[in-house]
Design a protein around this ligand. Structure first.
Ligand code: HEC
Length: 123
C-alpha cells in the first residue's frame, strides 16, 4: 500500500514538472493582447530601439518569470511595472506565447561574434 502511495506522489510530481516546463498559452490571442507592448518591443518582437529588449524567439518561461518579477517589484523597472501590473496569468501566458513564437533575428549578430569577419563566418 505504501508503495502505491509513493508511486502516486511520484507520478503527480512528474506531471507537475511537465506543466511547469511547458508553459502553455495562445499565441494568436497573445498577439491581440500585446498591442500595448508593440510601441517599444515591436510587433515583430525585434524592439524599436536598442534600449528595449528583443522578445522575438525568447524563451517563454523566461518572459513569464520576468513579467512576474516586474509585477512583484523583484525586478525594478518603472515602465515595465506599469505594463505588467494589469496582466492576468492568462494574459501573461498568451502574450509570452506570441513573442516566443516569433522568429529571432540572430543574423543581427553578424560581425559581432568573435572570429566572424566580413569575409567569413556566414550567418
Ligand atoms: C514604453 C516602452 C515599453 C512598453 C510599452 C513595454 N515594454 Fe517591456 N520593456 C521595456 C524596457 C525598457 C525593458 C527593460 C527593463 C529592465 O531594464 O528591466 C523591458 C523589458 C521587458 C521584458 C524583459 C526582457 C528581458 O530580456 O529580460 C519583457 C518580458 C517585457 N518587457 C515584456 C513586455 C510586455 C509583455 C509588454 C506589453 C504588455 C511590454 N513589455 C511593454 C519597455 C517597454
Amino acid at each position: 500500500m505504501k508503495s502505491v502511495i509513493t508511486f502516486s506522489l511520484f507520478a503527480a510530481a512528474l506531471m507537475l514538472g511537465a506543466t511547469a516546463a511547458h508553459a502553455d498559452g495562445n499565441a494568436a490571442a497573445g498577439m491581440k493582447k500585446a498591442t500595448a507592448c508593440f510601441a517599444c518591443h515591436g510587433k515583430d518582437g525585434e524592439a524599436i530601439a536598442p534600449n528595449y529588449p528583443r522578445l522575438a524567439g525568447q524563451y517563454q518561461n523566461y518572459m513569464e518569470q520576468a513579467l512576474h518579477e516586474y509585477k512583484s517589484g523583484q525586478r525594478n523597472n518603472a515602465i515595465m511595472k506599469g505594463m505588467a501590473a494589469p496582466l492576468s496569468e492568462q494574459d501573461i501566458k498568451d502574450i509570452t506565447a506570441y513573442f516566443s513564437s516569433l522568429p529571432s533575428q540572430l543574423s543581427t549578430l553578424k560581425y559581432h561574434i568573435q572570429g566572424a569577419n566580413e569575409m567569413g563566418a556566414s550567418n
